[in-house]
Design a protein around this ligand. Structure first.
Ligand code: DGL
Length: 276
């Protein structure tokens, strides 16, 4: 019989963006088997209403759980913000981890002056989950959120740097980071969306080198390792883990755009088309 620790870590996202989390988990935990589902047929989640996001997320998570998993990682900020408690209730006692708490904790630690900006999708910002999570850890912090909807298609198109990306970033962020403001300038920027790490260099250029950029992919991988260790679920195998990808639409496109997010080639043979 298969040992529970050998079961895969299931990673869910609305599309290819969660591959930034997949990559960070794979780097940190190379012995783990990883199973990824991107609900590309329904992307974007970030412009949808809360009830719809919860419904889609529960359905997608069920597919992963039915295949057998020792942990579910919700690698989508929008789905985490809307559906994490519903997932934890539905699939208990399976550990379900989201990207929001690790990112919020890292931001609360990183900021010196307590002025923090979170950028994410419309649904994540309007739900206020990041703002609340940071306030729970650092109540005196001033957290401002900004929906940066256009960053999602830009990252999928492979537009990660250059004048166009920086112009769009300035349009979204200039008023928050403007040096003529009377209030202290934010010193921390949280990338509260799976797609935004791809734009890191352009964003750093726009906000300036002194601003700390918190990428929730890296902080989530660290958190996943901690949780697996705590629950004695780490895979102790000496052999490198396997990887498998599921998508709900157009596997060829998934392979193409997914390679951008992974930073390495994704083969069509590794991808299975599923229906929710
Ligand atoms: N994965 C989503 C997130 O992290 C971005 C893409 C979408 O809107 O579905 O918020």
């Amino acid at each position: 019989m298969q040992n529970v620790s050998q079961l895969p870590i299931a990673i869910f996202d609305s599309g290819v963006g969660g591959l930034t989390v997949f990559k960070a988990v794979g780097r940190r935990l190379p012995a783990e088997n990883l199973l990824y589902l991107g609900d590309t047929a329904r992307l974007p989640y970030g412009t949808k209403g809360r009830d719809t996001i919860v419904r889609y997320t529960l359905r997608a998570a069920r597919i992963l759980v039915e295949r057998g998993a020792k942990m579910l990682v919700v690698a989508c900020n929008t789905a985490t913000a809307a559906a994490l408690p519903a997932l934890q209730r539905e699939f208990a006692p399976l550990p379900v981890v989201g990207v929001l708490e690790p990112g919020a904790a890292a931001a609360a630690r990183a900021s010196r002056n307590g002025e923090i900006v979170v950028i994410a999708t419309e649904a994540t910002i309007s739900g206020g989950a990041y703002q609340e999570a940071i306030a729970r850890i650092r109540p005196e912090a001033r957290v401002r959120g900004r929906a940066c909807t256009l960053f999602v298609p830009m990252a999928e198109e492979g537009w990660m740097e250059g004048p166009l990306v920086e112009d769009v970033a300035r349009r979204y962020l200039d008023d928050l980071f403007s040096p003529v403001m009377t209030a202290p300038r934010p010193d921390t920027l949280v990338l509260g969306c799976t797609h935004f790490p791809l734009l890191l260099r352009a964003l750093q250029h726009v906000v300036g080198p002194e601003v700390v950029i918190v990428d929730s992919a890296a902080t989530t991988a660290e958190f996943v390792e901690g949780e697996l260790r705590r629950q004695n679920l780490l895979n102790r195998s000496e052999v490198g883990g396997s990887r498998r990808f599921l998508t709900t639409d157009n596997p060829d496109r998934f392979a193409r755009t997914g390679s951008l997010f992974l930073g390495s080639p994704l083969r069509r043979s590794e991808i299975e088309l599923v229906d929710l």
